[in-house]
Design a protein. Sequence first.
Length: 227
Amino acid sequence: MEQDEDFDGFITPDGQLVSIKDTERVSAIFLRTAEVESAVGALWHLATECQGAGYFATAADYIEKIVGLVDSPARKAECFLRMGLVLEQSPDYDAAQQAYARAFDLPRDGNETWYYLNNNRGYCLNQIERYKEAEKYCRAAIDIDRGRHNAHKNLGVALANQGRYSEAAKEYIRAARLCPSDSRALDLLDDLFQRHKRVLEKIPGFRLRLHQCHELVQGVKGESLLQ
């Protein structure tokens, strides 16, 4: 099956034009002409191409085909993670969190895939204002890897939107310290401080920690300017 540069799809050996968005026909052709693992590789490539072109729903459909072709829970979990990431780009956060949720019917592991399945599900639940549920998954991600900043930041968002400002501030501080090159946690902390100064100033040493976070982030920015 050849690709036509002037057509967003393929030309079959018998001369038919098949759109890359026609996931049923394209997938069927690969499954007829290739071994399963080769077909899986081709479908991943198509998913990546569609994602890059902004065809997010089509990319998710190709990943759905892969889910049916792989057997191991680990590979299926990776599919649901990738599907959720694609749908986040659409952006459809509810659909994305539902994609992540499908992995939770599988045996769970304490690896990087499962860190991001929990973290990203928490992030998406925050986006659709389901903050209590988001807290649960952010904490699960932190239990897997406390050294990554993403889940601390997302937990801070979940807590702040439940009115738990002191707890949220502590999570933002942890996130900023863990990854000062990502200034989003500090931005959220600054915003929280502006809105709830009286609450946060009751935290022992809060202003010092806030100042230290600013120094860390500015230090990283300064290093990047020198490179």
